[in-house]
Design a protein around this ligand. Structure first.
Ligand SMILES: Cc1ncc(COP(=O)(O)O)c(C=O)c1O
Length: 491
C-alpha cells in the first residue's frame, strides 16, 4: 500500500472505536434521561471554569477527549431530550434524527448546487413538498430549509419585500425614496418578526402591533382601521403577519379573514407557523387553520413540533419563482457549463453553502410516517388539556390561559386568599402573586427536577408550560405540578 500524505484522519479502526465510544455515551444518556435532572443547576462560573483553558497547541487522543466531554457536557445538559422539559418550545428530537445528523456530517454534502449534493438536493425538495402536503398548503410550493423560525420569518419577509417592491427596483435601489412599507402583526407576535423588519430596513416604527381579543387572536377590525389610516396617511401598507400559534399561548389568528384583508388591500400574507404549524395536519384542528392555504409565505420550525433536534426550520412560498426572483444572483464561479436547467438551492436562498438539514426531516417522515407524527402531536395536545384540567381542579393553582394547542399558562396561588373587598386588595394580590410566581420560576430552575419558564399575560406573571415533547406523558404532567408545589413550599 502506498504511504499517504499526512491528513487529519486516523486509521479507520481507531475511528470506529471512537464511534463506538460515542454511541455508548449516547445510549447511556438516553437510558437515564427520564429520571435525570432537567436543568443542571450548576453555577455559571463553575461551567465557565470547565472550559477556561489556553488554545491547545498539541492535540489529545479522542478517547480521552470523549471521557472529558462525558464529564463536562454529557453529564450536565439541560435535558431538552427528556420528558420533563416544559420550557420555551422544546421538542426533544427523535432517535432517527440522531442517525441522520451523524450520516449527514459524515458525508459532508453542500446543498448549494445540485451537482454538489444530488441526493440531498432532491431530498430537500421532497421534504418541502411533503411538508406542504402535511399542512394542507399548495401542492407544488417553493421553499428552503433554514436554521429555525427566526430565519424562516426573515426569509419569508425578505421574499415579501422583494416581490412587493420589485417594480420599484428594491433589489437594486434599496428602499430609498419609497414611502415607508408598513407591516401589521398582533401584539402577541414573536420578536423575530420585529427583528426581521429591522434587518430588512423596513424599520420597527413601521411595524404596527395590532391589539388582540381576550383569546389573544388579532382584532381584525382594528387591523383594517390601521391599514386604512396608514394608506390615507401616505404610507404603503405592505404585509400582514398572521400567527398560527403564538409563542405565549398558542393563539391562532383567523387566517381566512386576514387573507381577505390582504386581498382587499393588495398586501402580502405571511404566516408565522413556527410553533403551531404542524398541528394543522390534525383533522381535529383543521378548522382553526382555515385560510393557511391562502398564505403567500409560511415560516415553520421542524425543531419544534416535528420533533427534530436543533436546528431546522423552513420557509414555504407559493412557487419556486418567488424565491428565484428574491435571491438569484449569478456569479462566474457558479454559473458555467451547460447545467442551467438543474435545480440549485443557491438560486433560491440567501446562503450559498448549506448543510443537509432536510435529511433528518426526511428520515423522520420515512421512519414514523405522517400518521404516527400526527398521533404524537395529538397526544401532546391531550396532555396539555390534562394539565389544564389538573390546574383547574387544584385549589392552590389558577388557570390563566388554555390555548387551542399545547401551551398552558397558570399561576401558583398557594394559600393566598382570593376573597377581596376592594381594588387595593386586588392590586395587592396581583403584586403578591406576580412576585411569588417569578421567584418560583427561579427556584424551580435551581431545583432542576423540571424545567419550565414563564411569560407575562395581561400584566400577570404566569408559569407557561409547553408540551411538545413526544416523550412527555401524563405522569410527567403530575410530576410537574407536584414539583412546583414542593418547591413553592420552600419559598
Ligand atoms: C411563534 C414563533 N415564531 C418564531 C420563533 C423563533 O424560532 P427559532 O427559535 O427557531 O428561531 C418561535 C420560537 O419559539 C416561535 O414560537
Amino acid at each position: 500500500m502506498n504511504e499517504r500524505e499526512p491528513s487529519l484522519d486516523r486509521p479507520l479502526d481507531e475511528f470506529q472505536r471512537d464511534l463506538v465510544q460515542c454511541v455508548e455515551l449516547i445510549i447511556e444518556r438516553y437510558r437515564t434521561m427520564h429520571d435525570a435532572n432537567t436543568h443542571p443547576g450548576v453555577d455559571e462560573a463553575v461551567v465557565k471554569s470547565w472550559f477556561d483553558e489556553a488554545l491547545p497547541d498539541a492535540g489529545m487522543p479522542v478517547s480521552e477527549l470523549l471521557a472529558d466531554v462525558d464529564k463536562t457536557v454529557i453529564a450536565h445538559p439541560t435535558m431538552n431530550i427528556g420528558a420533563r422539559m416544559f420550557a420555551y418550545v422544546m421538542s426533544g428530537g427523535t432517535q432517527v434524527s440522531v442517525l441522520a445528523e451523524l450520516l449527514a456530517s459524515a458525508l459532508d454534502q453542500n446543498v448549494a448546487k445540485w451537482h454538489l449534493a444530488p441526493s440531498m438536493t432532491e431530498i430537500e425538495r421532497r421534504v418541502i413538498a411533503w411538508t406542504a402536503e402535511f399542512l394542507g398548503f399548495n401542492s407544488d410550493p417553493g421553499g428552503a430549509l433554514v436554521s429555525g423560525g427566526s430565519a424562516a420569518n426573515l426569509t419569508g419577509l425578505t421574499v415579501a419585500r422583494n416581490l412587493f417592491a420589485e417594480r420599484a427596483g428594491v433589489r437594486e435601489q434599496g428602499l430609498f425614496g419609497m414611502a415607508p412599507l408598513v407591516t401589521y402583526a398582533s401584539t402577541q407576535t414573536h420578536a423575530s418578526v420585529e427583528k426581521s423588519v429591522e434587518l430588512l430596513g423596513l424599520g420597527s416604527a413601521n411595524l404596527r402591533k395590532v391589539p388582540t381579543h381576550d383569546d389573544f387572536t388579532i382584532d381584525v377590525a382594528a387591523l383594517r382601521q390601521r391599514i386604512t389610516a396608514d394608506r390615507d396617511g401616505g404610507l404603503t401598507p405592505f404585509c400582514i403577519v398572521a400567527n398560527a400559534g403564538t409563542v405565549n399561548t398558542g393563539a391562532i389568528d383567523p387566517m381566512d379573514q386576514l387573507a381577505d384583508v390582504a386581498q382587499e388591500f393588495g398586501l402580502w400574507l405571511h404566516v408565522d407557523a413556527a410553533y403551531g404549524g404542524f398541528a394543522a395536519a390534525l383533522e381535529s384542528k383543521r378548522m382553526c387553520y382555515a385560510g393557511l392555504e391562502r398564505a403567500d409565505s409560511i415560516a415553520l420550525d421542524y425543531h419544534k413540533w416535528l420533533y427534530q433536534p436543533f436546528e431546522v426550520g423552513c420557509t414555504l412560498v407559493r412557487n419556486w419563482q418567488a424565491l428565484e426572483r428574491t435571491f438569484n444572483k449569478s456569479a462566474e464561479y457558479l454559473d458555467y457549463g451547460a447545467h442551467e436547467a438543474r435545480f440549485d438551492f443557491s438560486k433560491h436562498h440567501f446562503a450559498l453553502s448549506r448543510n443537509a438539514k432536510a435529511f433528518k426531516v426526511w428520515m423522520t417522515f420515512k421512519t414514523y410516517g405522517a400518521q404516527q407524527l400526527r398521533a404524537m402531536i395529538a397526544k401532546d395536545i391531550d396532555n396539555a388539556a390534562y394539565l389544564a384540567d389538573c390546574v383547574e381542579q387544584a385549589e392552590d393553582f389558577e388557570l390563566v390561559e388554555h390555548g387551542p394547542l399545547a401551551i398552558i399558562c397558570f399561576r401558583y396561588r398557594g394559600e393566598i386568599d382570593s376573597i377581596h373587598v376592594d381594588i387595593a386588595d386586588i392590586e395587592h394580590e396581583r403584586a403578591q402573586l406576580n412576585t411569588l410566581n417569578a421567584r418560583l420560576l427561579d427556584a424551580l430552575e435551581l431545583d432542576g427536577r423540571i424545567f419550565i419558564t414563564g411569560t407575562l399575560l395581561r400584566g400577570k406573571h404566569v408559569i407557561r408550560a409547553c408540551i411538545i415533547n413526544h416523550r412527555t406523558g401524563r405522569a410527567d404532567v403530575d410530576f410537574l405540578l407536584a414539583t412546583i408545589r414542593s418547591v413553592a413550599r420552600t419559598l
